[in-house]
Design a protein around this ligand. Structure first.
Ligand code: BGC
Length: 269
């Protein structure tokens, strides 16, 4: 099979589990050399498991400890990756967390933690990636673009989410972060897009699919009548990172089985 990302260097934040792990596997299958980022020392085993799976099927990569909400950590990660591999071609700004609470009980710590990882983390990593893309410029032997950034947003950049105001605010912020920098750097041939996943079967939303009853209730929100899998997002990420999508920048690609189609209106309204 043709490898559309052959030898391109891809940093995928938060890729020791969930959607990030799925994206790392898909990018590696498409030939990218992947940096599997994990946020805490205790995550090393999980990151190594993802790497083992990748190398076991002929892919290449490394693991890297970095808390994306900390500027110092992010600077170190990019410097180390550039030192080892020469450059970075693809950033998948994926790391994200939920700290849900009824709004009247939400603590400043819960607010700051979610905004810190989900939005500030995406800012810090995007800035470092862009600095490297501007330094290198377009190298035709790698890609038509000087670099590609994929922000992992959510259907909740559109759908309000009671009890999750910090999370939804972070995703709404990602939308205009992505669009603003896509506009700013298109003339430099840097492509910046978002993927907006719906319900994907990962640890972050286990309460929504972990029992038959929960899954039944979740499926009332998904016209396509199945929960998503990490590889659904991985395949979209490969396409957005490859030259097949060379004329696409500033787009939000919803990968959600129709969750944003107002399913409640199919029998009402
Ligand atoms: C959240 C999941 C949720 C999904 C659909 C995602 O962004 O992280 O917990 O299941 O949106 O509501």
């Amino acid at each position: 099979m043709e490898q559309k990302l052959k030898n391109q260097i891809a940093i995928i934040t938060g890729s020791s589990s969930g959607i990030g792990a799925g994206v790392a596997k898909s990018l590696a299958e498409a030939g990218a050399i992947v940096v599997i980022n994990y946020p805490l020392p205790g995550g090393l085993d999980a990151a190594n498991n993802v790497l083992d799976e990748i190398t076991g099927s002929g892919g290449k990569g490394i693991t890297f400890l970095c808390d994306v909400s900390k500027e110092e950590d992010v600077l170190k990660m990019f410097a180390a990756v550039i030192k080892e591999f020469g450059t970075v071609d693809i950033l998948v700004n994926n790391a994200g967390i939920q700290k849900d609470a009824p709004f009247e009980d939400m603590t400043l710590a819960q607010w700051n933690l979610v905004l810190g990882v989900n939005l500030t983390g995406q800012f810090l990593c995007a800035r470092e990636a862009i600095r490297e893309f501007l330094r290198r410029g377009v190298d035709d032997s790698r890609s038509k673009a000087a670099g590609k950034i994929i922000h992992m947003s959510s259907v909740h950049q559109e759908i309000p989410w009671a009890g999750h105001a910090n999370y939804a605010s972070s995703k709404g912020g990602i939308k205009l972060l992505m669009e603003s920098i896509a506009q700013e750097f298109a003339p430099k041939k840097i492509r910046i897009n978002s993927i907006c996943p719906g319900a994907i079967q990962t640890p972050i939303n286990q309460s929504a699919w972990g029992t038959a009853e929960a899954l039944k209730s979740l499926l009332t929100l998904i016209p396509y009548q199945r929960i998503g899998q990490p590889e659904d997002i991985g395949k979209a990420a490969v396409w957005l990172a490859s030259d097949d999508s060379d004329y696409i920048t500033g787009a939000s690609l919803f990968v959600d089985g129709g969750m944003t189609l107002y399913p409640g209106f199919s029998t009402n309204g």
